[in-house]
Structures are given as C-alpha cells and as structure tokens.
Design a protein around this ligand. Structure first.
Ligand SMILES: CC(C)(COP(=O)(O)OP(=O)(O)OC[C@H]1O[C@@H](n2cnc3c(N)ncnc32)[C@H](O)[C@@H]1OP(=O)(O)O)[C@@H](O)C(=O)NCCC(=O)NCCS
Length: 168
C-alpha cells in the first residue's frame, strides 16, 4: 500500500463517484451494458446511493491518494433478513445482513494493496458493529483477495426465467 493513501468513510456527497465505480466494476467484470443502459445504471445508482447513504443502509469507504483523488472504494448494503442462527450457533440473529458491494480500484492504482486495505477497514467496521457475517459475490479478479482475507465459498445458487428458457 502506498504511504500517502487515506481511507475515509463515504458521505451522501460521494454518491456519484460510488455509482461511477459501480458501473466500471460491472464493465471490468465482463458485463458491459450498451451505452444507454450503462447511463441509466449510473443515474439510478446515484439516486439510490444518495438515499441509502442518507439512511445508512449503505455504508462505504473511499481510498484517496495525493491531492484528494478518489482511487478506489468499497461498501456494504445492509439488508433486512429474517431471523437465523448465528455463525457460532449460539444465538438467533435478527439484525440486518451486510452485503459487500462496489469493490473497485481504478486501473492505474491496482496491485498496491488498496482493495485489501479497504476490505480490512470494512471488516473492522463489521466487527465493531457486532455483525457476525459479511456476504459478497466475488468477481474472478477479487476472489483470491477475499479468500486470503478469510472469506469462504457458500451454498448460494441462482435462477432466472431466462436461464430456464435456455436450458429447459
Ligand atoms: C479486484 C480489485 C478490486 C482489486 O483491487 P486492488 O486494489 O488491485 O487489490 P489489492 O492490490 O489489494 O490486491 C490485488 C492483488 O495485488 C497484490 N498486491 C497487493 N499489494 C501489492 C504490491 N505492493 N505489489 C504487487 N502486488 C500487490 C495482491 O496480492 C493481490 O493479488 P491477488 O489478486 O493474486 O490476491 C480490482 O482489480 C478491481 O477493481 N477489479 C475490477 C472490479 C472487480 O472485480 N471488483 C470486485 C467485485 S467483487
């Protein structure tokens, strides 16, 4: 990690940069939407993030270099869930569940440990807030990083009517 790196909590005023990261993240992950859809995703993500940062259902962090340039970010979308047994099997958890989202490092700043530092900050937050679990959907690029941080694959599956139509 570079010595001038600063990590700070995101505020409502950062919604546009986080939305930009979100669109770039999907693009880097190979799901490049047509320009018109990418534009709609950017606009709708910005307004959704303004609301979610405002009510703290989204908690995010940004990494800044040098002259306050945002070079990376990561966040959690804290979603309501039904009661479940805790990770250690000793209690019933009724708290919302944080889904890690929008993990993105600008291409010129990759392989310097910035995403790792953001994830460490996020994991420290989850520990302090007494969440017993973080969940995420890993890209191929990020999977080794998450595994090295202690994340493990789970039993999540996915279905959609489109997939069913293609594979009857
Ligand atoms: C995945 C992503 C977030 C990683 O960001 P990053 O800031 O480059 O991540 P880090 O530098 O912390 O770690 C990445 C790799 O660099 C290596 N690295 C870290 N510091 C390093 C250094 N000083 N010198 C060389 N390599 C280094 C790490 O070991 C890691 O290697 P690994 O992937 O084989 O485990 C970034 O590539 C990205 O934005 N990708 C596109 C979007 C995406 O996939 N997001 C994740 C969605 S789940």
């Amino acid at each position: 990690m570079t010595s001038s790196l600063v990590i700070r909590r995101a505020s409502v005023g950062d919604a546009a940069v986080i939305a930009r990261h979100r669109v770039a993240m999907f693009s880097d992950m190979g799901s490049v939407p047509p320009l018109q859809l990418a534009d709609a995703l950017l606009k709708l993500s910005t307004s959704a993030l303004v609301a979610a940062l405002g009510n703290e259902s989204y908690v995010g962090w940004l990494a800044l270099e040098g002259n306050n340039q945002v070079v990376a970010g990561a966040g959690v979308h804290v979603k309501p869930q039904l009661p479940r047994i805790s990770e250690d099997g000793t209690s019933v958890v009724t708290a919302a569940l944080p889904l890690v989202v929008n993990v993105y490092t600008e291409p010129a700043w990759r392989h310097k440990g910035i995403a790792r530092a953001l994830m460490a900050t996020l994991m420290q937050w989850a520990t302090t807030e007494r969440f017993d679990r973080l969940v995420l959907h890993a890209s191929d690029a990020a999977r080794p990083l998450y595994i090295s941080l202690g994340f493990v694959p789970t039993n999540e599956m996915r279905w959609s009517p489109k997939i069913r139509a293609e594979n009857p």
